[in-house]
Design a protein around this ligand. Structure first.
Ligand code: MN
Length: 129
């Protein structure tokens, strides 16, 4: 058995995120496994860029109020306990709502592929009313 103390929280890079995003890694491709899990903390208005995941991604919201949107679909609000699965290669973004923090666990088995940022106008427009 291996026990590790909590690692320092890392800042989400500006190439991949808009606004303040902080990441607590939980597991990252331990030997013989591809599974990665991280707790991602979004401040109000913060969100990922458009991206997809090899092998898909499961999100599990633990705190706050968030938004997810797949390309060509309406944005959807997500709340604690909600599970969102995005299939392999499907373009999407996720983040906090304008007025709330949001934390989700990100569960993946392959690397992300990053695209354009979600512009302010696009974020406002796609925000659930
Ligand atoms: Mn994603």
């Amino acid at each position: 058995m291996e026990r590790r103390r909590k690692q320092p929280t890392g800042k989400g890079p500006a190439e991949w995120f808009t606004g303040e995003v902080w990441i607590d890694p939980i597991i990252q491709g331990e030997p013989t496994a591809k599974l990665s899990i991280g707790a991602v903390h979004f401040s109000p208005g913060a969100r990922t860029a458009w991206h997809s995941h090899e092998g898909g991604q499961t999100l599990y919201v633990t705190e706050g109020r968030g938004v997810v949107q797949s390309r060509g679909e309406d944005a959807v609000e997500i709340r604690p306990g909600d599970v969102t699965y995005t299939p392999d290669g499907e373009e999407h973004w996720h983040g906090a709502t304008r007025e709330h923090f949001m934390t989700h666990l990100s569960i993946t088995e392959g690397p992300p592929h990053w695209g354009a940022h979600v512009a302010n106008a696009q974020y406002q427009e796609s925000h659930p009313r």
